[in-house]
Design a protein around this ligand. Sequence first.
Ligand code: PLP
Length: 570
Amino acid sequence: MGDAGARTVSFAMDHRGVCFRPVLIDFFRRNDIDYIDHGTGREEPVDYPVYVRPVVRDILEKNADCGVLVCGTGTGMAMAANRFCGIRAAVAVNEKMAELSRRHGHANVLCLGSRWVSGEGAVAILEVFFSTKFEGGRHARRIALLDKNCLPMKRLQEVDPQIFASIGRERRRQEEHLELIASENFTSEAVLEAAGSVLTNKYAEGYPGYRYYGGCEFVDEVEQIARHRALQLFGAEHANVQPHSGTQANLAVYGAILRPGDRILTMSLVEGGHLTHGHSKNLSGMLYAVTHYGTDSADGFIDYRSLEELAESERPKLITVGASAHPRTIDFERVADIAHRNGALVLADIAHIAGLVVTGLHPSPLPHCDFVTSTTHKTLRGPRGGIILCKKEFAKAVDGSVFPGNQGGPLMHIIAAKAVCFLEALQPSFRAYQELILRNARALARSLLRNGFHLVSGGTDNHLLLIDLRKNLPEMDGLRAQRLLEGAHISTNRNTVPGETRSSFSTSGLRLGTPALSSRAMGEAEMEQIGDWIGEILTAPAPEDRVLPVRDAVRALCRRFPLPYAHYEI
Ligand code: PLP
């Protein structure tokens, strides 16, 4: 097609455009143009913006020179494609429009409408589109102005194409994998925008109204809003929204009330606790005298009786309760009662279950516990970060322990994103989302049990499940299971299980959770299917042979449930 012609074209269509499929393929073949076909190949109704993305991505990543999109009118496709920086999608219903869109508009996507154009007409338009060159000159200046209206990722693309490309690949991984890692989620676009805002430029050591830097009036507003919403959401007396992470939040609580050498009673990492709950390689394990409680090895539930005995014999200053890998409801009231009867304070770490707690789907520790810490990025679906809630009497000690005790300047952009997350979590729809997480976890549990797996505690009350592989697959360790599933684009993480017999690197368990897939609006039917796929791979006589067939099916499922982002492309 001359030097204006494309070497590779990426194309897609919705159900209204599917009648043009053979026309396009025939045209590309006759003109020796390579093509990338993104469907749809069927007549069942589909949502056209979903089909635009892979074509746009091919062009922006330079896998294709041009794109062709077909729907009923061509305009839906053009509107969707033109939201992406660097894309110039033009509707053409005749050859003249096709010519000028190329000659003057430097169009890189042709949008056709099957309502206006016949098959023959489409061929004539394609011929003109692919043989017309951009004229440049005054039009080049105008085209450059088009992209000035674009979103920030355009700058990143120009300034640092390597990082831009890595972000693009990670985005694609998130899109094309089933995210079952229990601690991960997909934030809203509003949260992403706040996290990517100019607030990252501002230093604000201190607290609202008492800062060590000038110019803090607007970040003060942001932090006040975040604190106010946190109090409302959790029903707390005091909130500190500055911890950079869940780890910082826990260490700050310890720092507020403990001295090195003080005794703490916590759940061990192997039994489902967290590193910051006194693990020997974590500062919490180095600074304090740690005693661990755990689960009842027979059923995998927290062993409250032994916890009580240890509280009586050890007389700790603090008891920590909360978990990274415990699938059952935690009785915070009972632990607080044990702690207070034995002269201890109590910290509830609700990093995993915060979303369930604020929607009333898990009993809240707030009325019973002296301190509550959480991450904001798991079931709560906010930015990566931490938060501390406490009784008024501890407010000063906690604030001083966060700053200047453990941190310097707060991340104001992340605090803004936390505020957005709290606002979202206050909406009725957030409860519906958390209910979906729970229904999905139960459906996944049913499916895994049907496939012969053993679940710690026999099932789940919350968003996560823990498979103990030793029972039905004694030869399979957690590391191998995780890698096999990753090959099929099913993301999980290996985990120790109560009574663990392997190293913490290989482990005997797999942890799965449903928050992220519920954010993609997947439901119980999809969970049942995913449980079957996990069974299909892990229980096969030759698991490696099942990886690729399952991966194809996973990809198809992911396409039906897009990520909750539109313009943070690509
Ligand atoms: N507490 C619990 C129970 C967790 O599961 C986690 C993270 O997995 C943390 C604390 C630490 O959070 P971060 O990774 O933000 O430091």
